[in-house]
Design a protein around this ligand. Structure first.
Ligand SMILES: Cc1ncc(COP(=O)(O)O)c(C=O)c1O
Length: 292
C-alpha cells in the first residue's frame, strides 16, 4: 500500500486498484468538487475548515453531499489509518456521479465520493530550501462571472495551461493574473509578498481561492505582530517585492527567489522564516507532530 489507499463505495483499496466508471460526470465534464487535506502525526490538519469549504463548493454547483461531517471525518480517519505512514496528503473528491453522455447533470442521481490518502511533493527539497522560480502566465484566471474562484471544482484546465507555460519556461510555478491584469494566485497555491515589512496577499475578488493555509498565515502573522492584509497587486508589486512566498495545503510554505527573471531581494526572507516557524508550531499544536 505504498502508493496510497482509496476509499470508494465503502471499501478501502490500494490506490492502483481503485477505478470509477467512465460515465462519471466528474471525468466527462469536470463536474464535481474536491479538497486537499494534509495529515501530520496521523491527524488531518484543519479538517473542519476543509469540510466546510467542500460543502460550500458543492452547494455553489448545486451538488448534494449526502455524507455528514462525522461520516466524512470517519472515512478520512480510516484512509489515514490504512495508509503506510503517519504523514501524507488526502484528496477528497465528490463528483456528480454517473449519467448518460451529455452535459446535463439532472440524470446523475448519485454523487460519488472518493477519498485518497497518498503523498504529494510539490517541489523538491532544494527548491523548498533555496526558493522557486515563478513566471507570470499569459493564461488568465477565469473571471468570477465565469467561475467563482471560491468554488474548488474539478476544472483546473486554465491552471494546467499556466503550469505548462511554467514548464516550458523552465520555471517551477506560474502566477495567474485576472482579466484586469491583477495578480490572482499560483496554479495550486496562494501568493504572498512582503513590502516594507508588510505581508500582502491578493484579495479573493482579484481571483484568489480563499486558501485555508492563506487564512492561517494571515492569522499567524497578525498574532506575531506582522502587519498582514489583503491588497490588490500588480506584476510590478511582485517584481519589486522584498520577499515572496507561496502557500497551500500541497505547497505548505515555499519561498520564491525569482519572478519573470527578476531576482528578489531576499530568499528565504525574515518574514517567510517567521511565518514558517509559526506554521510548524500550529501543526504541532493541532496534530501533535510535523514533517520537517
Ligand atoms: C487554485 C488554488 N489556489 C490556492 C490553493 C491553496 O489553498 P489551501 O491553502 O486551502 O490548500 C489551492 C490548493 O488547493 C488551489 O488549488
Amino acid at each position: 500500500m505504498n502508493k496510497g489507499v482509496c476509499w470508494l463505495e465503502g471499501s478501502i483499496l490500494p490506490l492502483e486498484k481503485a477505478c470509477i466508471p467512465v460515465l462519471d460526470h466528474g471525468l466527462l465534464y469536470g463536474d464535481g468538487v474536491f479538497e486537499g487535506i494534509r495529515f501530520y502525526a496521523g491527524a488531518p490538519f484543519l479538517l473542519d475548515e476543509h469540510l466546510r469549504r467542500l460543502r460550500d463548493s458543492a452547494q455553489a454547483i448545486a451538488l448534494s453531499v449526502p455524507w455528514d461531517d462525522d461520516e466524512l471525518a470517519g472515512i478520512t480517519a480510516a484512509v489515514v489509518e490504512a495508509f503506510d505512514g503517519d504523514e501524507g496528503y488526502i484528496r477528497m473528491i465528490v463528483t456528480r456521479g454517473e449519467g448518460p453522455l451529455g452535459i446535463d447533470p439532472a440524470p446523475c442521481k448519485t454523487p460519488r465520493l472518493i477519498v485518497i490518502a497518498s503523498r504529494l511533493e510539490m517541489v523538491n527539497h532544494a527548491a523548498r530550501t533555496h526558493g522557486v522560480r515563478l513566471i507570470t502566465a499569459a493564461t488568465r484566471r477565469l473571471p468570477p462571472d465565469g467561475l467563482d474562484p471560491r468554488i474548488k471544482s474539478l476544472n483546473y484546465l486554465n491552471h494546467i495551461l499556466a503550469r505548462i507555460e511554467a514548464n516550458r519556461a523552465g520555471a517551477d510555478e506560474a502566477v495567474l493574473l485576472n482579466a484586469q491584469g491583477r495578480v490572482a494566485e499560483g496554479t495550486a497555491d496562494n501568493l504572498f509578498v512582503v513590502r516594507e515589512g508588510r505581508l500582502l496577499t491578493p484579495p479573493v475578488i482579484d481571483g484568489a481561492l480563499p486558501g485555508i493555509t492563506r487564512a492561517l498565515i494571515l492569522q499567524l502573522a497578525a498574532d506575531s505582530g506582522i502587519e498582514a492584509r489583503e491588497q490588490s497587486l500588480a506584476p510590478y508589486d511582485l517584481h519589486t517585492a522584498d520577499e515572496c512566498f507561496l502557500t497551500g495545503t500541497g505547497a505548505e510554505l515555499i519561498p520564491v527567489r525569482e519572478i519573470d527573471g527578476r531576482t528578489l531581494k531576499i530568499c528565504p526572507g525574515p518574514v517567510f522564516q517567521r511565518c514558517s516557524q509559526a506554521f510548524r508550531k500550529a501543526i504541532r499544536k493541532y496534530c501533535g507532530g510535523e514533517r520537517r
